[in-house]
Design a protein around this ligand. Structure first.
Ligand code: HEC
Length: 483
């Protein structure tokens, strides 16, 4: 197993927190996903027997379904928890982290908004089982009681990819300092259109990747058209003015976004992402440094749909890029709104902020006098804490910079054309924010993590014949920044 650098760095000045330059935006268009499908398993551990819990009978099933996606050989966590020997030495820490809910990582505020299929949280029974096991000195029990091991495919969380597209040339990362956003254009050589059922992004140097966005550039796109292929470059390497601008903003389709704790996309058979024949993948990498030089070669694993599905998945976003967060303010609110130009099925939500991020919320703005729980039977009542009371909250997260996750709706939500969506971000620019690199600074939008971002990505499924451009065609012009 490879020991990786812990992702939750304690020191705000650590260089692993320093991001790099340019874009992000459209970039992140959503799709970070937090937990793979193997995770969705029983919510309850075997009912706590009157006897002391044992590893094989009671603990292994919990670790398999709530922890192994990260705590396995080649996983993102520092130690695997797949065998008795591995788990026993961490028994006390496992019990403590389960009890204080720092593991498994999950930041949605409970009982607000939607239910999420990738919520890995432990039930109270499971927490008690882990605690009782640790307190009893972590007994092994009978190996015959053990569930069959989960067979992970190499490092992939998705089943064996049909095709793996690596960066052609690895990217050298220095020991220290900021690294500008680094791009690499990799041709797919697809001779026919492809529908992507599952996709996973796998950096080789995970400890250095703050996020990665893989875009699809169709053959007719001018985006970064004069930039080199098959070698890494930054905006500064580009001479063509349009290309330089393109390194800072694009509305290209996103295939997948990767960030620590994110999981792959695995769509149901009825929907997939679309990659036209002859497309290139454009990797946009945000590397951070951590005292060790190295070379990253990120790979993308793809599983293709057997037949064109009825629905196409698009990654959209609500963005506000013209805010100024005053120095010292502990709870600064920034909002973005947008109206859906067409019907769409809401699949997932993925908030993105930087070091001053504190909370993030997605709402549906209700027409006057509509009762939230009438409009959407699954929803909670209007949220009294939101500055706008006439909303139905979909998700509220206590934001954690080191864990950028997507939140996948357990029941995708059909939204009608004309639905107004609202994203609200709160920032803590006070000195009480342990991640704050400079409480005296007024903070604006920017690529580096000491700048801020406000992006509410969301994935929707639309009719299979509709692309992003078509989706935004409507009678009235969009009044806001949904794109
Ligand atoms: C999404 C990935 C992920 C999942 C799921 C996850 N962990 Fe972790 N875990 C990590 C990472 C990364 C670290 C190291 C960095 C850190 O401490 O946050 C870690 C650290 C730990 C630690 C060590 C903390 C310390 O004191 O150093 C324990 C114990 C732990 N996890 C237990 C669990 C248990 C038990 C589960 C399941 C119930 C679980 N984790 C689920 C990613 C994960």
């Amino acid at each position: 197993m490879k020991v990786v650098q812990p992702i939750r760095t304690k020191s705000p000045t650590s260089s692993t927190l320093v991001a790099s330059s340019a874009i992000l935006i459209a970039l992140l268009s959503f799709s970070l996903h937090a937990q793979p499908k193997r995770q969705r398993i029983p919510n309850e551990a075997p009912q706590s027997a009157p006897t002391t819990p044992t590893f094989y009978r009671d603990i292994a099933p919990i670790l398999q379904h709530h922890c192994e996606t990260c705590h396995r050989a080649n996983g993102i966590a520092p130690m695997p928890l797949q065998t008795y020997a591995q788990a026993k030495i961490f028994a006390a820490a496992i019990a403590a982290d389960a009890k204080n809910k720092s593991m498994p990582p999950w930041f949605a505020v409970p009982n607000i908004g939607q239910h999420f299929s990738n919520d890995p949280s432990l039930s109270q029974t499971q927490i008690s089982t882990l605690t009782a096991w640790a307190a009893a000195n972590a007994p092994a029990g009978n190996p015959k009681d053990a569930p069959p091991p989960i067979r992970w495919t190499e490092s992939w969380t998705i089943p064996q990819p049909d095709q793996i597209l690596p960066m052609t040339q690895g990217v050298a990362i220095p020991k220290t300092g900021d690294v500008d956003y680094t791009y690499e254009i990799v041709p797919t050589h697809f001779s026919e259109d492809r529908w992507i059922q599952s996709v996973e992004v796998l950096p080789s140097l995970r400890a250095n990747v703050h996020h990665a966005v893989v875009y699809v550039r169709p053959p007719n796109s001018d985006w970064l058209r004069h930039a080199p292929t098959n070698i890494p470059f930054t905006a500064d390497d580009l001479t063509d003015p349009a290309d330089r601008r393109g390194a800072h903003w694009t509305d290209a389709d996103v295939l997948l976004v990767y960030a620590p704790g994110s999981s792959p996309d695995e769509f149901p058979a009825t929907m997939a992402k679309f990659v036209p024949a002859g497309s290139d993948l454009i990797f946009q990498m945000h590397y951070t440094t951590n005292g060790h030089a190295g070379t990253d070669t990120t790979r993308v694993g793809l599983r293709f749909a057997k037949a064109p599905p009825p629905k196409r998945v698009l990654t959209l976003q609500l963005t506000n890029d013209h805010f100024v967060i005053p120095p010292g303010v502990p709870d600064y609110r920034v909002e973005a709104r947008g109206t859906l130009p067409n019907d769409a099925l809401l699949l997932s939500l993925f908030p993105h902020m930087h070091l001053r991020g504190k909370r993030f919320e997605y709402n549906i703005v209700l027409p006057n006098n509509t009762l939230a729980n009438k409009a959407h039977p699954n929803a909670t009542a209007p949220n009294p804490n939101s500055a706008n009371s006439n909303v139905e909250t979909l998700l509220r997260v206590n934001y954690h910079f080191h864990w950028q996750m997507s939140y996948k709706l357990a029941d995708p939500l059909p939204l009608k054309a004309g639905t107004e969506l609202q994203a609200i971000a709160w920032y803590d620019n006070s000195k009480n924010n342990p991640h704050n690199p400079d409480p005296d600074a007024a903070v604006r939008w920017g690529d580096q993590t000491y700048d801020e971002m406000m992006v509410g990505f969301f994935d929707v499924a639309v009719d299979g014949s509709i692309d992003k451009k078509k989706f935004f065609e409507r009678n009235t012009k969009p009044s806001s920044t949904t794109q």
